[in-house]
Design a protein around this ligand. Structure first.
Ligand SMILES: C[S@@+](CC[C@H](N)C(=O)[O-])C[C@H]1O[C@@H](n2cnc3c(N)ncnc32)[C@H](O)[C@@H]1O
Length: 426
């Protein structure tokens, strides 16, 4: 029933409004309140992710339509959900309003007439209100003002594209293990199964319509993996040779680790500080039939795990703001605060300084973030190079299908935003 889906979606959005992570809230609310509603999950996902993506717009509309602050956060969340549904024509406007009135009754019976009045008022004034969006950038692009200013400052030429791409539905991108499958053959198999897709690289294709991972042909037996095209660059840039000793310093869920193992016969040590996420590396490596040493420790506590054998290559894919993958994690733009960036940068520098001594002379370290902001990228590398004298930076040649400014991969239709720096030890 649609009103039940709207209700569950509102409970999820309410969690994000109080500062919780969307993916976790989604699981939590569905486990707690949903009974036999498997078939409604895609619809609830569409509503919650869409409403969070559009929160800047719906906040603007609510401010125009409602004088006083809405005390009940679940009622406010229901408005965000239904405004998203109306604006994206998910059903007939008045059907959506009637369903929302039923959902509101289950939250607070007294508030159902309020929901009815606000939504009907919105529908009456929709064209005019949508025009007024242009007055307010935060509403028009649906990002906090400080985020828009930051993107404008760093990307004066393409800030609008970057913001707009962050509001798109992300592509479902696959990486094909070329040792197990030919990409043309796989593409033919997908055609036979009626799965629309496009080839975007030698080992990469994009599936047109969302599909459950377990239904992707070849996924369960490890012939294909889900990984963004921009993230697929790491295992190539790091320049592996067979038999090399490689450290994946921040490894979970192990996407880049598996790709490196696919491309070369290396001896891989994968370190991850989070216990639950370490299980994901184990599952991923097992699914593809690889071997690696997987350790659940902090990379910087090296006395607890390092045997003093130096590494030929180190992949350091650090925790970051994730501003380059905001279309996948739509809550990030609302949950981050402008002063989070200094903390991320401090931690990134700490991790870089902690891993550098484990690299062999002549060895290479690849620093990676999925951020578009220079504080976590170029600035960290510059700061690191100032204090270390046995480091030089190697130029990276990006393939022609990657949009980038120097080492910064810019979010585009076909790939996420990432930063790469390849450092050599002399
Ligand atoms: C950006 S993710 C890595 C993604 C991974 N490389 C991939 O491609 O699938 C960063 C990971 O680093 C882990 N992490 C954070 N601090 C760490 C530390 N001090 N030592 C080891 N792992 C850490 C986080 O838990 C997170 O799983």
């Amino acid at each position: 029933m649609m009103s039940q889906s709207q209700l569950l979606a509102a409970k999820i959005v309410e969690q994000v409004l109080i500062g919780k992570n969307l993916d976790k809230s989604f699981q939590l609310v569905l486990t707690k309140y949903s009974h036999n509603e498997e078939e409604n999950i895609p619809q609830i996902k569409d509503m919650t992710y869409g409403a969070i993506r559009d929160l800047g717009k719906s906040n603007f509309y609510i401010n125009k339509l409602v004088k006083n602050k809405i005390e009940n956060l679940c009622i406010e969340s229901l408005l965000h959900i239904v405004l998203f549904q109306i604006n994206h024509e998910r059903s007939n406007d008045f059907t959506l309003v009637n369903q929302a009135v039923d959902a509101a009754k289950k939250i607070d019976h007294k508030k159902s007439s309020f929901i009815n009045a606000v939504l009907r008022n919105f529908i009456r004034n929709k064209d005019n209100l949508q025009k007024q969006l242009k007055e307010n950038e935060s509403a028009l692009y649906s990002y906090p003002k400080w985020w828009i200013e930051k993107v404008k400052k760093q990307y004066p030429k393409n800030w609008q594209d970057i913001l707009n791409i962050g509001n798109q539905r992300p592509p479902l991108t696959l990486r094909i293990n070329l040792k197990k499958l030919e990409i043309k053959q796989y593409s033919n198999n997908l055609d036979e199964e009626g799965i629309e897709h496009s080839l975007v690289g030698d080992e990469c294709l994009i599936i047109k319509k969302p599909l459950d991972v377990n239904k992707i042909p070849g996924f369960l037996d490890g012939k294909v993996s889900v990984q963004d095209l921009g993230a697929q660059l790491a295992a190539h840039i790091i320049d592996l040779k067979n038999e090399q000793k490689v450290l994946d310093a921040c490894s979970a869920p192990g996407g880049k680790a598996c790709h490196m193992l696919e491309l070369s016969s290396i001896k891989l040590t994968a370190i991850e500080s989070d216990e639950q996420r370490t299980i994901k590396i184990i599952d991923n490596i097992k699914r593809q039939g690889f071997k690696a040493q997987i350790i659940n420790k902090k990379i910087d506590n090296k006395n607890e795990w390092w045997d003093k054998q130096y590494f030929d290559r180190i992949l350091l894919d650090v925790p970051c703001s994730a501003s380059g993958i905001v279309r996948r994690h739509v809550d990030i733009k609302w949950l981050r605060r402008i002063n989070d960036f200094q903390n991320f940068a401090d931690n990134q520098l700490t991790l870089l300084r902690a891993t550098w001594p484990m690299l062999k002379e002549g060895g290479k370290l690849l620093y990676v973030t999925c951020s578009i902001f220079e504080e976590e990228n170029k600035d960290v590398i510059e700061e690191f190079k100032k204090k270390i004298n046995n480091v030089s930076e190697i130029d990276i040649k990006f393939p022609s299908n990657i949009t980038h400014i120097k080492n910064q991969v810019i979010p585009s239709d076909n790939h996420d935003g990432l930063f790469y720096a390849l450092l050599k030890k002399s």
